[in-house]
Design a protein around this ligand. Structure first.
Ligand code: SAM
Length: 305
């Protein structure tokens, strides 16, 4: 199994409201959610799936080549508006995303996301362009590196780490995950190192892929494109992502955003969503036992008014 889908049943049962409808899976990955969605829909339904990663895209194109209802694209989910036009879909009955990287991307050394095995410091989901994690460490200024580690990894030693990166890169530019791992080992005892590694690698990955900004744009565009009664389901894996989903969903439920000192509402805000999950859905103990990656997953669902 290259990737075990997380919260599969919970997501699909919340997502499907119209078995003849049009659906969008923004993070096709290895096609687990797309396949389960297709299984729950009738023959006249449509599914657009997309993934930034070239390997995931090729895998899904092949996997769904016999299902005429499914079209797979190799682009970011922020392009949901463009893809809906290309495919002549005027509105979706369900939009989903299962954020982050797949187990395949994480475990495959060539993909450059992992710190478990020595791998190139790449971390781009879309390898056709953009800066790699090594570019950031080798070219950015000390303050910018510190800010990235703090903002996207909540790493408290961000300033000291950034200073050391600048010192080290003059002699040996960063190329591999082991170089970064060795540097971080100077800042924490061995038993705390895995936590620091995940914070720092998470920060670089989020920055390299512009994950938080893309998530905000995606949710906004998805809500624009949902049909009344259509649902949006987002699975997140860390608090920075979950906060964005929670806050944007909540904002879309509000009928007024005027400051409290304004006596009469002047904002003309219209609510566009109602929350289906007041608290996020989390995986069962049984799912976590089978799939460790599921342990931090949170599913939030909302419905277009
Ligand atoms: C957790 S995996 C999805 C797994 C999939 N749901 C399954 O069951 O096989 C996340 C996938 O989303 C992709 N991804 C992350 N951010 C993306 C974005 N902004 N646009 C498109 N794909 C993205 C990653 O490349 C990765 O393949």
């Amino acid at each position: 199994m290259i990737h075990e889908s997380v919260l599969l049943e919970e997501t699909i049962s919340n997502l499907i409201t119209n078995k003849n409808g049009s659906y969008f899976d923004g993070t096709a990955g290895f096609g687990g959610h797309t396949a389960a969605l297709a299984n729950g829909l009738y023959s006249s339904s449509r599914i657009i799936s997309t993934d930034k990663d070239q390997i995931a895209f090729r895998h899904c194109t092949d996997k769904f080549s016999d299902d005429e209802r499914i079209t797979v694209f190799n682009t970011s989910f922020v392009n949901i508006n463009v893809l809906s036009k290309i495919e002549s879909v005027s509105g979706f009955d369900g939009v989903m995303a299962d954020l982050g990287v797949s187990s395949f991307q994480f475990d495959d050394v060539g993909e450059g996301f992992s710190y478990r095995e020595n791998s190139p410091l790449d971390m781009r989901m879309d390898k056709s362009g953009g800066k790699t994690a090594a570019d950031i460490l080798n070219k950015y200024g000390e303050k910018d590196i510190a800010d990235i580690l703090y903002k996207f990894g909540e790493e408290k030693k961000s300033r000291q780490i950034a200073r050391r990166v600048i010192e080290k890169r003059n002699n040996s530019p960063f190329e591999s995950s082991d170089q970064l791992k060795d540097l971080l080992a100077e800042f924490t005892p061995g038993h705390m190192l895995p936590k620091m590694l995940s914070r720092v690698f998470q920060a670089l990955r989020i920055y390299v892929n512009d994950e938080l900004e893309e998530l905000k744009v995606f949710i906004n565009r998805a809500v624009d494109l949902l049909n009344p009664g259509g649902r949006i389901c987002i699975i997140s894996f860390h608090s920075l992502e979950d906060r964005i989903v929670k806050e944007l969903f909540r904002y879309e439920t509000l009928d007024c955003v005027c400051p409290p000192e304004v006596p009469v509402c002047i904002c003309d805000k219209e609510p566009r969503l109602k929350l289906i999950t007041k608290k996020p859905v989390v995986p069962s103990a049984e799912e976590i036992k089978k799939n460790k990656r599921a342990r931090s997953a949170k599913l939030r669902v909302a419905e277009k008014l």
